[in-house]
Design a protein around this ligand. Structure first.
Ligand SMILES: [Mg+2]
Length: 366
């Protein structure tokens, strides 16, 4: 496969609610959508760290610069082979890190291949089960009562798993209150690195509450302390921000830093690396699931595809179109039925809607 042209689209879609995590609050979703042209076909990729470099060192501005100045010149007009092969990785290997930027282009290659061969993405990535469980991630709420009401509402919508964000001061009592009202639901917590190893005793206090997992309690760059923590608590630790490469996954497995890894295709540089991390985890007995960055429907398609891989054994954070966005850019809208999504659904990009939310376009040619 050869790319004839790449358009870098900066999209910004208002949210229908404020999303609050320990990183801060956001009211609009910024993303980089890559429109890739090859041999008469057009396809779309996407990745979105937040607008500001708060989740990783990448942000919308760095992604645009890295794709425009380094990735596009390295890949345009060059034979890249199939996306499952090493062609794209070899062409972009000279660029250190910048995985979201790499993923925005790489996912477009998978979409192109899916179009070219007429095969749905989930089959192309090697998926085995197109029926995907979806969970819901709830941001930090002003009051516990408000959180309980939100949980009740999402359970009513059929979500298979509830994830809440925790931070120091909003943890043990919150979980206790949830369990008092919902003793049997599948519940997990995400700390987004807001704790330190010195909190181990406090975090061990969550052991009795049957949590599915505790996501990324400690620092983003620290899989050593995560291994120490995992040895002191029985709740499975899930790593998110710490895992950027297949090598990170291998090292975390060897150290015993976690029992679960959340694979975000953007954070790890795309679909091919997601599959490689999946394979490493599967061999090591570490379960996977797909986390999200509030992608548009374009990116949700890739999360849905990798969630059909056999080691994705926990419900995915695949947001329905109306979950956060005032409007999505794919049709049909992404809607779960009783907490399941069907990866066979053919979500197409709606160009009119995409243009409506595109604030800047950078066109790259060979
Ligand atoms: Mg997380």
């Amino acid at each position: 496969m050869k790319l004839d042209r790449l358009d870098i689209l900066h999209t910004c879609i208002p949210l229908n609610q404020t999303f609050r995590t320990s990183f801060g609050a956001i009211n609009e979703q910024h993303s980089i959508v890559v429109k890739a042209y090859s041999d008469g076909l057009v396809a779309y990729g996407e990745a979105c760290p937040f607008y500001a470099p708060v989740y990783s060192y990448e942000c919308i501005a760095t992604m645009t610069a890295v794709i425009r100045d380094f990735i596009a010149p390295a890949v345009l007009g060059r034979e890249l082979g199939e996306p499952a092969g090493p062609g794209y990785a070899e062409a972009t290997d000279f660029i250190k890190g910048n995985n979201h930027a790499k993923a925005a282009v790489e996912t477009a290659l998978w979409d192109l291949e899916s179009e070219r061969r007429g095969i749905p993405l989930w089959k192309l990535v090697g998926g085995t089960n197109p029926k995907v469980d979806v969970g819901v991630s709830i941001g930090i709420q002003p009051t516990v009562e408000g959180l309980l009401d939100k949980i009740a509402a999402y359970l009513g919508e059929g979500y298979r798993r509830i994830k809440i964000k925790i931070e120091p001061g909003k943890d043990l009592d919150t979980v206790k209150a949830i369990r008092a009202r919902f003793p049997d639901i599948t519940l997990m917590v995400d700390a987004n690195s807001s704790y330190e190893l010195s909190h181990a005793e406090l975090l061990a206090g969550l052991d009795g509450y049957g949590l599915l997992m505790m996501e990324q309690p400690l620092a983003e760059d620290d899989i050593v302390d995560h291994a120490k923590l995992q040895s002191q608590i029985s709740t499975p630790v899930c790593l998110d921000e710490s895992i950027h490469t297949p090598e990170d996954a291998r090292k975390a497995a060897e150290l015993g830093s976690c029992k679960i890894i959340n694979i975000k295709y953007g954070r790890v540089g795309g679909i091919r690396n997601s599959i490689r991390i999946h394979d490493i985890c599967r061999a090591a007995g570490i379960g996977n699931w797909a986390g999200g960055m509030i992608e548009t429907g374009i990116g949700q398609r890739f999360k849905l595809a990798i969630s059909t891989l056999p080691n994705f054994v926990y419900a995915a954070d695949i947001e329905t179109s109306d979950r956060f966005l005032v409007e999505d850019v794919v049709t049909p809208d992404i809607m779960h039925v009783n907490g399941y999504l069907d990866a066979n659904t053919d979500y197409r990009v709606d160009e009119v809607k995409l243009n409506r939310y595109t604030s800047e376009v950078t066109i790259c040619r060979p």
